[in-house]
Each structure stands twice: as structure tokens, then as C-alpha cells.
Design a protein around this ligand. Structure first.
Ligand code: COA
Length: 173
């Protein structure tokens, strides 16, 4: 199926029609450890936490999700953009949308584990350490030690301070 990157629409909340595309897109990058493998069952049960960006034909070009650890801490996860759609600002738009949703939900802090250091730094995140997130270490020790070693190198955090009215939101590109 062809995609129309330049005309990609707004980032929107995911719905049932997007589940298989989200899982497939997310899992494209799981073998390289860039994302955690997610089943369609997992995506279905966390659908309210996923957002997508689609092209004019309805093809999901990118996705992102929030993963709550506690009412005061949430992680940006499942950030993925189709290889053919990368480099057009979709990643930035998805990060901005995830941050906006996190603010709306009242989380004071958002963190991410990623190899895309320049991307997160340019979006107002600060480099931090996985050591600051014992909840993450505990969860990942149950999953994969290699994930933990990736996380130790590339951890980013963004203090959201207040609610959705906070003007510190970084604009989407
Ligand atoms: C990371 C990813 C989501 C970026 O998506 P994208 O749509 O290509 O990103 P954008 O076009 O918005 O890029 C914005 C900027 O980030 C930079 N960037 C993108 N991917 C990057 C990476 N892997 N490492 C460092 N910088 C990166 C771009 O060069 C661009 O910089 P510029 O504006 O100065 O040119 C995409 O490459 C991807 O899906 N990667 C595989 C999965 C992954 O690594 N997910 C992150 C898990 S948190």
C-alpha cells in the first residue's frame, strides 16, 4: 500500500481499527531493541494510551503511547514511524502529542528510554539516568537485561510541572 507522508493528518487517539497496524509498526523495531515487542492483545488492553498519525489513505505512519508507572510518573513508549515516512517530522509530532496527553492527565513528569538522543533533547527533554527510575529497573529486570543496558545509556526526562494549560509544550514541527 502506498503512503502519502507529506499530507499526514493530525495525531489522534487510536481506536480498534488501528490495533493491528500499531502492533506491526511497533514490532518492526523490536528485534533491534528500539521498542519492546507488543502483542495485539496488549495494544487492545492499553488502547486509551496510544495515539497514531495516519496518511490520507488511513495508513498508520506513526504511533506513540504512554505507560503509567504511578500517578506521578509515566513513560513515553512505542514511539515508531514507518521507515518510508521517517525524516518528515512525524516523530516530533508524536512526542509533542504524547507530552500533551501526559499533561492533560496530570502527570508531573514524563520520561523516555531511546537511542534517538538528539530527537528528545531537541524536544525539551533532558538527559537523565535510569537509576532515577527504580520502577523502570524493576519492571525491566523482569523482561530483559539487554533492555536495561540500553536504558542506562539513553534516558530522557521532561518535567511537565502542571496541567494542560502549562505553556511549556514544545510545538510540533
Ligand atoms: C525515532 C523515530 C521515531 C523518529 O521519527 P522521525 O519521524 O524520523 O523523526 P523526525 O522526522 O520528527 O525527526 C526529528 C529530528 O530527530 C532526529 N532523529 C530522528 N531519529 C533519530 C535517531 N534515531 N537518533 C537521533 N536523532 C534522530 C532527526 O534527524 C530530526 O532532526 P532534525 O530536525 O535536526 O533534522 C524513528 O526514527 C523510528 O521509528 N525509529 C525506530 C524506533 C525507535 O527508535 N523509537 C524510539 C523509541 S523511544
Amino acid at each position: 500500500m502506498t503512503t502519502s507522508v507529506s499530507s499526514g493528518g493530525a495525531v489522534e487517539h487510536a481506536d480498534e481499527a488501528h490495533i493491528s497496524a500499531i502492533a506491526a509498526l511497533n514490532n518492526l523495531f523490536a528485534p533491534d531493541g528500539l521498542t519492546l515487542h507488543r502483542s495485539e492483545t496488549f495494544v487492545t488492553s492499553h488502547l486509551q494510551d496510544y495515539q497514531v498519525l495516519r496518511d490520507d489513505n488511513g495508513v498508520v505512519l506513526g504511533c506513540v503511547a504512554l505507560d503509567e508507572y504511578s500517578p506521578s510518573l509515566v513513560e513515553l513508549v512505542s514511539l515508531a514511524v514507518l521507515p518510508t515516512a521517517q525524516g518528515h517530522g512525524i516523530g516530533r509530532r508524536l512526542i509533542a502529542a504524547a507530552e500533551k496527553l501526559a499533561r492533560e492527565r496530570g502527570y508531573p513528569e514524563l520520561f523516555a528510554i531511546s537511542l534517538a538522543d538528539q530527537l528528545f533533547l531537541s524536544m525539551g527533554f533532558c538527559a537523565s539516568s535510569i537509576i532515577d527510575y527504580p520502577e523502570k529497573i524493576t519492571r525491566y529486570q523482569q523482561i530483559s537485561r539487554s533492555e536495561l543496558s540500553i536504558g542506562r545509556k539513553f534516558c530522557f526526562t521532561r518535567v511537565l510541572r502542571g496541567g494542560a494549560s502549562d505553556t511549556g509544550i514544545v510545538s510540533a514541527a
